[in-house]
Design a protein around this ligand. Structure first.
Ligand SMILES: Nc1ncnc2c1ncn2[C@@H]1O[C@H](COP(=O)(O)OP(=O)(O)OP(=O)(O)O)[C@@H](O)[C@H]1O
Length: 388
């Protein structure tokens, strides 16, 4: 797979990378070009090989085959310290006996930098990360978030071209995590360095990345900007991995009504004329993926089966005319989430979820009509699992 950006602006290039432990191949023929100043997130479930890829770029692992280029230099056989990278790990790895200042200065002293230059760099990093008041404390006297700031500071003072982050926020509690996430985004906006960031947290990926590489089994499944990954997932795996609450997958087949291709499942019909992609031939087995915010539940008008009144709003109402009685569903569970609610429904014999306003007025057992915003849905080939 060759995922090219403009080669002139390439900051990090991974070429035909192979990494194996004996007969166990973790990464095979993986190529990835990362642009100058780009924020790339490597995202995937545990064991997908994202940390392995990062460690290959960092030079912490000897690769089996292929090349790593940084800033137009082949660094494949260079030591980590000579690659022009700064790394931030999940465990802060600070020296406990040294103050924050000592931790920040350590690598620079070893590199033989003059005192004045070291002080200048520490002052700048401390200002950017707002850790000036902490400089004379030892790590034990810092909170988790403060320690991680210092760990970032240690990469920052090295004045490197490329920052590598390996799950830097996963040891922090939820509130701190979201605070530091914003800090990291601010840092990137300010510095414009290339950043490569490993996480299994889709929110971090969606909020931070210019482009996300979604990985599974050592293979990049999709490399694209967050919007594209969210709205046009390349396959079922990406579709299911991104999005919370998750996308619903409905099994069915392609039909036709009044000259319009439809999705048919369990006696229900959804028009596909608004679908932004290729609708296959009639009779083809497909999976329809719809996100909860693109399904609107409406009250069933007396005497009508499913008119798609879409009382729930969210822009889904009125789309994808469903035909009389075609998209009737039943509420099974209501999950209030504060700002809105998640309705778990039974539709065409299958489970389906829909976002609804907090004050939706439905209760378990109610019959509802559904409106689908098919322009935002995805059709997948049942066999290949690729998006159509
Ligand atoms: N030294 C090793 N010997 C053999 N297999 C290894 C070794 N190190 C890692 N692996 C395997 O390589 C695969 C990828 O590991 P890696 O740490 O890159 O995954 P990851 O996506 O970063 O997961 P996590 O989020 O759990 O760290 C895993 O299946 C792991 O078991």
């Amino acid at each position: 797979m060759n995922q090219m950006t403009n080669p002139a602006a390439t900051s990090v290039a991974v070429k035909d990378l192979r990494l194996a432990y004996g007969s166990l191949t973790i990464l095979d023929d993986l190529s990835l070009d990362i642009g100058e100043g780009e924020f790339i997130v490597l995202l995937g479930p545990s064991g997908c090989g994202k940390s392995t890829l990062l460690n290959c770029i960092a030079g912490l692992l000897d690769i089996t085959d292929g090349q790593i280029w940084i800033k137009g230099r082949n660094v494949t056989w260079e030591e980590p310290k000579d690659r022009g990278i700064g790394m931030v790990f999940q465990s802060y790895a600070l020296y406990p006996q040294m103050t924050v200042r000592g931790n920040l200065a350590f690598g620079l002293k070893n590199a033989g930098l003059p005192r004045g230059e070291i002080d200048k760099r520490i002052a700048r990093a401390a200002e950017i990360l707002q850790i000036q008041p902490l400089l004379d404390r030892k790590p034990a006297a810092l909170s988790g978030g403060q320690r991680q700031r210092v760990a970032i500071g240690r990469a920052l003072v090295r004045d490197v071209d490329v920052f590598l982050f390996d799950e830097p926020l996963s040891n922090l509690d939820a509130k701190l995590r979201s605070e530091l996430r914003v800090e990291i985004k601010r840092l990137h906006q300010q510095l414009r360095n290339t950043m490569i960031y490993v996480t299994h947290d889709q929110i971090e990926a969606l909020t931070l990345a210019d482009r996300i590489a979604v990985m599974r089994g050592g293979i990049i499944q999709q490399l694209a900007d967050p919007k594209t990954i969210y709205n046009k997932p390349a396959n079922l795996f990406v579709a299911g991995f991104i999005g919370s609450p998750a996308m619903t997958f409905l099994k069915g087949q392609i039909g036709e009504r009044d000259g319009v291709r439809t999705f048919e499942a369990g006696g229900s019909t959804i028009a596909l004329d608004q679908y932004r992609g290729e609708v296959p031939a009639r009779g083809t087995a497909v999976i329809l993926g719809v996100r909860p915010e693109h399904v609107a539940a409406g009250h069933v008008a007396a005497g009508h089966g499913a008119a798609g009144h879409g009382a729930a709003g969210h822009g889904a109402a009125g789309h994808g005319a469903t035909g009389a009685g075609g998209a009737a569903a039943k509420v099974e569970i209501d999950e209030p989430m504060g700002s809105d609610s998640l309705l778990w429904l039974r539709f065409a014999g299958q489970a389906l979820s829909a976002r609804a306003p907090a004050e939706h007025g439905f209760k378990a057992g109610d019959a509802v009509s559904l409106g689908f915003d098919i322009s935002k849905a995805s059709l997948f080939d049942t066999e290949t699992e690729q998006r159509l």
